[in-house]
Design a protein around this ligand. Structure first.
Ligand SMILES: Cc1ncc(COP(=O)(O)O)c(C=O)c1O
Length: 429
């Protein structure tokens, strides 16, 4: 309420300390699992920049001495800028994933030449080797992405991202093994379902660790397994996530499979995006009207749009923690939340655990504010930020909240609500 009273709604906020606490939480769980299973290699926490590219996020992430995973050419321009500002040093890892365009390959080659010693170019397909080879004569570390098999109910059998295990060994033996400039150091995969306690996840993990062992048998330089992102976050207050168990089991599987294959255990890298930044973000709205369309369907209209400010709710049916911010003493009733655009899909009416949403009953003149929490990852990258959006709904004000070592909070306006001039400009008026 304090934030709302001071800044108004619609409002996005980022609670910066959450980023560091998430990073340290994962590190602690990996440390415990390594000790328990006597795992004799290192754990590296990389941040997947595509989940939020904002400077305030990267600054906070890098305070915690993590490494970086990139997805495209411009990501590398961000890394260079961070290095110029002293927030990143040239010995930190840069794991370059994603499809390699000419520009992306050129940027990588230039950075290796400029002394970014731990840049790893992760090949998505065999042709990318030829591309990167044509751009550089410096020593370059390589990784290869292993294609995962999708969940049985998915629309395709094998992920379009990465290469099959047979192609990896062929590529290594044909082009990398005897090349003076390239070393294959890392294998990477990303299980699309995310890290979940399901038979599918564990059997895919087992298969992929076995692929690591197959390649390690022919490639002694290989020493790192990058298991991607996908660590879940809380999208409901009614579910308990057992991070300790999941991380313990991942370490156990990797250790025991490698041991049984006579292969030394790899360094483990992760690229957590949502896990790093998701829980730091929130979106606050006010209800500016009610509509009763029939005797069952009551609409509360928010003063913004789901499609434009929380596009995952619309695109992939993503749920977030939803709470009323005030009026908690009122009776609650089932409602539908409607956004301001004219799109019939601009609504939110079901929670993670139930197909319903409840909010306080309002009398004439009552003011209700509500918040979606843990919305810090992907929403701006997907919805666009400060550009032209559906029905010209403006991007909300964005506030950064920090806490110092004495527990004192500070607030900074990162961006004011978008103004009409910025849209008219883009539209050519
Ligand atoms: C290669 C790769 N690594 C990491 C991530 C981060 O995933 P998440 O945000 O689920 O942790 C993604 C997300 O798409 C990805 O494609």
């Amino acid at each position: 309420m304090g934030l709302i009273e001071k800044y108004g709604t619609p409002l996005k906020f980022t609670y910066l300390p959450k980023i560091g606490s998430q990073i340290n939480k994962a590190r602690d769980y990996f440390k415990d699992a390594f000790e328990k299973h006597q795992y004799k290699a290192n754990y590296n926490y990389c941040y997947c920049t595509k989940s939020s590219h904002f400077s305030f996020v990267l600054k906070e992430v890098l305070k915690n001495k993590v490494d970086i995973e990139t997805s495209s050419a411009f990501d590398l321009s961000i890394v260079r800028r961070l290095e110029e500002k002293g927030q990143f040093n040239k010995n930190q890892y840069i794991i370059c994933n994603g499809f390699k365009t000419e520009t992306y390959a050129e940027n990588m080659a230039n950075m290796v030449k400029d002394g970014y010693n731990n840049l790893v170019c992760v090949l998505d397909n065999p042709e990318e080797f030829d591309l990167i080879e044509s751009k550089t004569s410096s020593h370059t570390n390589l990784g290869i992405r292993i294609a995962t098999e999708e969940e049985p109910n998915f629309l395709v059998y094998t992920s379009r991202l990465g290469m099959s295990s047979k192609k990896i060994v062929d590529l290594y033996q044909a082009k990398i093994q005897n090349h003076p400039n390239f070393k294959l150091k890392l294998l990477h995969f990303f299980v699309n379902s995310g890290i979940k306690d399901t038979t599918y996840f564990w059997s895919e993990l087992t298969r992929l660790v076995n692929v690591y062992c197959d390649v390690k048998e022919v490639c002694p330089d290989l020493d790192t397994l990058d298991i991607g992102g996908g660590m879940p976050i809380y999208t409901s207050l009614g579910v308990e996530l057992d991070y300790a168990y999941m991380i313990d089991q991942i370490v156990y599987y990797i250790k025991t499979i490698c041991e049984s294959r006579g292969v030394s255990e790899p360094h483990i890298f992760t690229e957590f995006g949502s896990f790093t930044v998701g829980e730091s973000g929130g979106s606050l709205y006010s209800i500016i009207g009610q509509k009763e369309q029939n005797d069952k369907e009551l609409w509360y209209m928010i003063n913004s749009s789901f499609i434009t400010t929380l596009p995952d709710t619309w695109g992939i049916g993503q749920k977030f923690i939803l709470l009323a911010v005030n009026q908690w003493d009122k009776e609650f009733q089932r409602i539908n939340l409607g956004g301001l655009t004219c799109d019939s899909q601009d609504f939110y009416n079901s929670d993670t655990n139930s197909n319903q949403v409840f909010m306080p009953k309002l009398k004439q003149g009552d003011v209700l504010h509500m918040g979606f929490f843990h919305t810090g990852a992907y929403q701006e990258s997907l919805g666009g930020y400060g550009g032209i959006q559906h029905c010209l709904i403006p991007a909300p004000k964005h506030i950064l909240i920090d806490k110092d070592s004495e527990g004192k909070f500070s607030y900074e306006v990162f961006a004011e609500e978008q103004k009409p001039e910025s849209m008219l400009n883009i539209l050519g008026y």
